[in-house]
Write a protein that binds this ligand. Structure first.
Ligand SMILES: Nc1ncnc2c1ncn2[C@@H]1O[C@H](COP(=O)(O)OP(=O)(O)OP(=O)(O)O)[C@@H](O)[C@H]1O
Length: 811
């Protein structure tokens, strides 16, 4: 402790220790009117700020009891090495991050508190990243930030010209993406300067700016601070340019090593450059010569510090009498503008000060209840539409993709497979009748003149033909559009199946026709001795490749249907009642077509799934782009609220959703899918499902940090939801209901998963849409309106959750 200043401090500390008894000391730590008074006087006042990132076990402490005082009307240069926490501190000041401990006062209020105006237009914030929509022009960027800061277009226009000239920017109609990095940063600076805020916070505004322009930016800052109405906090890596600042704060190790005017620092450290000062202070810090601020305050309170002369007057800085000293080392911590000696024993003087008028803006009940600011909404909606317009290809893709997918679905899914190869072994064939080239008719006209037919044959009579029944059967089978390949024996046919050349083997015995005839004549006696062989010979043997369940089920269905047709033709030809063969009669269906098709069944689920998940992708993508490019952060600092951002996106994307829904319905009509119910009801439900997807997209974008994670989350939720939401349960009075899904009937689902599927967003809406389309049910049917209610509940849930995340997921 060889430095004379340290020795002085030491002696003074001892004196004070004797002079102040314990009670007085305790009193000092109680909240005092003077403390609040002082804090409100500053443009920014940070006290004992503590901020960490990471987990409790291994926290990354960024601010470690930092104190900072920025008097009104001053230019404050915040210096520190890369990664020391400058940006973190600034984002806490603008109310975008929360401290873990400590206090921040900005322009007389606490950031984020109701009526403080912070975040809001009182602040102009230029973040480190460009934070501009790259597709916008310079003018459009300025319009957006001007509008959200409460300016009218009339007020903005002249400013645009001024800023373009002043910052040496190219034409206002140039797109930001076509500007150089340095030019983009200047546009970003222009957006912060535009509305002439009370407090300008500029995070490295002069990076990539040529020295002449850098000087003119500094000149401008000095000019706007001259009358004391504007305060500037600026971070920069060019330490020497901060010589023009009124005060600089040197940040290291989570604290300010010093907070002084540049000249004072140079003098006190007997240095030529600020870099040198920083170096010396860092060495002192490394040597562990720390002083706790609270003790040091007692000492420094009585130190007289010269006033800093400013152009146009002195800085309006009040001394905080409650031991909050900015700066780690005693010799640098006295607030510079105190022109009189202030001692802690001088309590009466401080206490007698009246609190200044509260700077917080009084909020009426209406202000508190209003969900959004009309000007903000106008600007946000304009910005979102402009973004869509500038990204027309993306938007066409977004609208076109569901249409394309539904067309693909209609063309590819649900139709019966045809042209399936079957290996036929027909032992009945003989002589010239190769591969059933001759198929006898089922009946022949009796010749005229026979006892049964009179000479003119006015009432022709027929004889039924019971010959080559195997070929008659195969002819019916071929009419179902399957391909029949003939093989000499069963082994060869099976080999063809094993080689994947056929889906199954069908075998007829050499006396198939005779045996079938006998079987029908013998009736119930066909299974008795000595006719046992009749049964086996009249059977059609079938070996199927069952590796593909869908195809084997279809072939089984085709064989049964062929048998029915074949039997009824014989019965018809021979004059039997065909009904005796088939005791089941399928009458006109209550709902749906006579021949049900998978396309009709799956379409509602597929449509909703596509619309829902595209909306998730679109919204989360748009939000993440906005967030990761810093535009969201910047808008929020300008006073736009999370709710307004969400509503802005909801409004614009809902319009996209409407176009999408109309297109999806048009495709459905075009492909003649069954739509028994109201198109309007179906459209509203599809639109709401899209909205629900959008809101889920908001949640995804709030939870995740990158597009990649958002994609994982969206995909991760997509597949289980498609499996589980494939749920249909008719809510009729008896609760018997049909249960089926998009992919698989729910009866096959695990009991627990059945219950889970109830609570997923697409389950009840799919059932609702299916009921509208296939059953023609109206909105008042429970199944239909429950689908609507479920979707609305999910929308409210996702929206509230994302608002909650936006509000509370800070820092
Ligand atoms: N969201 C975050 N989560 C975890 N760590 C973070 C986060 N943001 C910043 N950090 C860490 O906090 C430290 C301070 O970062 P900050 O951006 O505040 O530094 P800085 O002084 O502004 O640096 P630079 O001058 O390079 O911009 C860095 O080590 C950074 O990695």
């Amino acid at each position: 402790m060889s430095h004379p200043l340290f020795i002085r401090l030491h002696i003074r500390m001892r004196e004070l220790d004797n002079a102040i008894n314990l009670t007085e000391r305790r009193q000092k730590f109680l909240p005092q009117q003077s403390t609040i008074w002082t804090r409100r006087q500053q443009a920014v006042c940070v006290r004992r700020a503590y901020k960490k990132y990471g987990e409790k076990k291994s926290p990354n402490v960024i601010l470690d009891g930092l104190n900072m005082t920025v008097p009104k009307g001053c230019i404050y240069g915040l210096l520190g090495a890369s990664g020391c926490g400058k940006t973190t501190l600034l984002s806490c000041i603008v109310g975008r991050r929360r401290l873990n401990a400590g206090e921040i006062w900005v322009l007389g209020g606490k950031p984020g508190s109701a009526g403080s105006g912070v975040p809001g237009p009182r602040i102009g914030y230029m973040p480190q990243e460009v934070a501009l929509n790259k597709e916008f022009t310079i003018r459009e960027s300025l319009y957006y930030f001007g509008w959200i800061n409460g300016m009218s277009t009339k007020q903005i226009n002249p400013k645009v010209d001024f800023l373009i000239n002043f910052l040496m920017l190219p034409s206002a109609d140039r797109h930001v993406k076509n500007l150089s990095g340095g030019q983009q940063r200047r546009v970003s600076l222009a957006c912060a300067l535009l509305h002439e805020p009370e407090l300008l916070i500029l995070d490295e505004p002069t990076v990539g700016v040529d020295p002449v322009l850098r000087q003119s930016i500094w000149d401008h800052l000095v000019k706007i601070c001259k009358d004391g109405s504007t305060t500037v906090i600026i971070t920069t890596h060019y330490i020497d340019e901060t010589r023009q600042a009124h005060m600089i704060g040197l940040m290291r190790g989570g604290r300010l090593l010093a907070e002084e005017s540049p000249n004072d620092l140079l003098q006190k450290y007997n240095s030529e450059s600020l870099e040198d000062v920083f170096l010396k202070l860092s060495i002192i810090q490394n040597r562990g010569k720390r002083r706790r601020s609270s003790i040091l305050h007692d000492v420094t309170a009585s130190i007289s510090v010269p006033e800093i002369p400013l152009q146009g007057g002195t800085i309006n800085m009040a001394f905080d009498a409650n031991s909050e000293i900015s700066g780690e080392f005693g010799e640098t911590i006295g607030p510079p503008s105190i022109s009189k000696r202030v001692s802690i024993s001088n309590e009466r003087t401080v206490q007698s000060l009246d609190l200044p008028p509260n700077e917080e803006i009084e909020l009426t009940l209406w202000d508190r209840l209003t969900l959004f600011n009309v000007k903000h909404m106008k600007a946000l909606i304009w910005k979102n539409f402009l973004w869509m317009w500038r990204n027309v290809a993306v938007m066409l893709f977004v609208v076109g993709l569901p249409i394309f997918q539904i067309i693909l679905f209609c063309l590819t899914i649900g139709k019966d497979p045809i042209g399936l190869h079957l290996a036929i072994v027909n032992q009945e064939l003989s002589g010239n009748n190769v591969n059933c080239s001759y198929v006898p008719p089922y009946k022949v006209l009796k010749p005229c003149g026979t006892p049964a037919n009179n000479s003119e044959c006015p009432f022709p009579e027929y004889d039924c033909v019971v010959d080559m029944l195997s070929c008659q059967f195969l002819e019916s089978l071929a009419q179902r559009n399957q391909k029949l390949d003939f093989y000499a024996d069963v082994e060869e046919a099976k080999r063809a199946v094993r080689k994947g050349k056929a889906w199954g083997v069908i075998k007829f015995s050499n006396d198939f026709t005779e045996a079938l005839k006998n079987r029908s004549e013998l009736g119930v006696h066909a299974g008795e001795e000595p006719f046992l062989s009749v049964l086996s010979s009249s059977e059609i043997g079938v070996w199927l490749d069952q590796s593909n369940q869908q195809i084997s089920l279809l072939l089984q269905r085709d064989l049964i249907e062929t048998l029915k047709v074949f039997m009824s033709r014989i019965a018809d030809a021979c004059g039997y009642q065909t009904r005796i063969l088939d005791p089941i009669k399928f009458l006109k269906p209550v709902y749906g077509p006579t021949v049900p098709n998978f396309t009709d069944f799956a379409a509602p689920g597929v449509m909703l799934t596509i619309v829902h998940f595209l909306a998730v992708a679109l919204t989360s993508g748009a939000m993440l782009i906005e967030r990761n490019e810093g535009i969201l952060e910047r808008s929020l600092v300008s006073g736009v609220t999370g709710i307004e951002v969400l509503l802005g996106h909801v409004t614009c994307q809902f319009l996209v959703m409407m176009v999408q829904t109309a297109a999806v319905i048009a495709v459905t009509v075009l492909f003649k899918l069954t739509i028994e119910g109201s198109l309007v009801t179906a459209s509203v439900l599809i639109g709401l499902t899209g909205l629900c997807g959008m809101c889920f997209g908001f949640v995804v974008s709030c939870i995740t940090d990158s597009e990649r994670n958002a994609t994982y989350l969206a995909l991760g939720s997509f597949l289980p939801m498609v499996m589980l939401c494939a749920y249909e349960k008719t809510l009729n009075i008896n609760e018997i209901g049909t249960i089926s899904g998009i992919i698989w009937p729910i009866e096959g689902m695990h009991t627990v998963l059945k219950a889970v599927s109830y609570f997923l967003p697409l389950t009840l809406s799919t059932e609702s849409l299916r009921s509208i389309m296939a059953r023609g049910w109206a909105i008042y049917q429970p199944t239909v309106f429950i689908g609507f209610i479920s979707t609305l509940i999910w929308i409210v849930f996702f929206l509230s959750f994302s608002i909650f995340l936006i509000k509370f997921k800070k820092g």
